[in-house]
Ligand binder design. Sequence first.
Ligand SMILES: C[S@@+](CC[C@H](N)C(=O)[O-])C[C@H]1O[C@@H](n2cnc3c(N)ncnc32)[C@H](O)[C@@H]1O
Length: 263
Amino acid sequence: MDLHDYEDVAMNYDHYLSVMYSGNANPEDFKAFYLGLANEYGKEGIIDIACGTGAVLLHLAENGHDISGFDLSEAMANVAKKKAEKLGLKLQIYSADMTNFRFDRKFSLAIIARSGFMHLTTPELQRKALMCIREHLLPEGILTLNTFVPNVSLQFEQMNTTVDDYTLRLEYTNYQGKCERLYNAITYDPLTQLMSGNWKFETLDDNGTIIDTRIRPLKMRQTTKMEMEYLIELCGYEIINVYGDYNRTPASDKNLIWVLRLK
Ligand SMILES: C[S@@+](CC[C@H](N)C(=O)[O-])C[C@H]1O[C@@H](n2cnc3c(N)ncnc32)[C@H](O)[C@@H]1O
């Protein structure tokens, strides 16, 4: 089980994410970015892979796009489904693994928004996902995904952290209206390029006493730019653009947003 497979994490995901990104100059930038890609490339259907609780999926559907989505976590997909029903949107949202899924149609645009692709923990799983997505793209179909580039100063910090060396990330109100503190501890293994760690959620009562503690594991893989370029070529895609953020600034040394076309 990984972080998003837990029911409590899925139920709280939108709640803690809105606090996590509230410090950003424009926390909704990612939605505008994916809507731009949808308008440009999504005319013949869009698949939102690792759709989570549906942030991108629902935004594009509300803007008139023909979009379906899936997530490995049944709990996350269920939250997305309920949100779609509430909005009166009839969408196909289900649970599946991006390394091995079957859909009875092809799409002109596949989106793996935010950190979905980084949850693939080996180069083999990354390759399987890219090959499986290939089968679901129309000729010259577009795929967008994000990667973390191994970053020396962050690696140094994480290589000196243990899995229970917690740092307070934020405080938020959970889906039941209770105050929660979220801590995480992330370690880095340079051999596998895996960031592994634990997220700790503490629920507090009205007096500030901890009444519940939940530890949830998380693994994500960092991938070098050159490694990605090779993998992309190997799997039969070409690079159209690589950005450093959702405002389409040039590629950075930390986060990369790839836009690929099927060759
Ligand atoms: C950080 S969330 C991002 C969710 C959503 N794209 C968003 O922008 O809010 C990453 C998601 O990837 C999903 N995931 C991880 N591995 C997956 C896989 N092999 N196939 C499909 N989804 C996967 C997780 O369950 C989780 O919901």
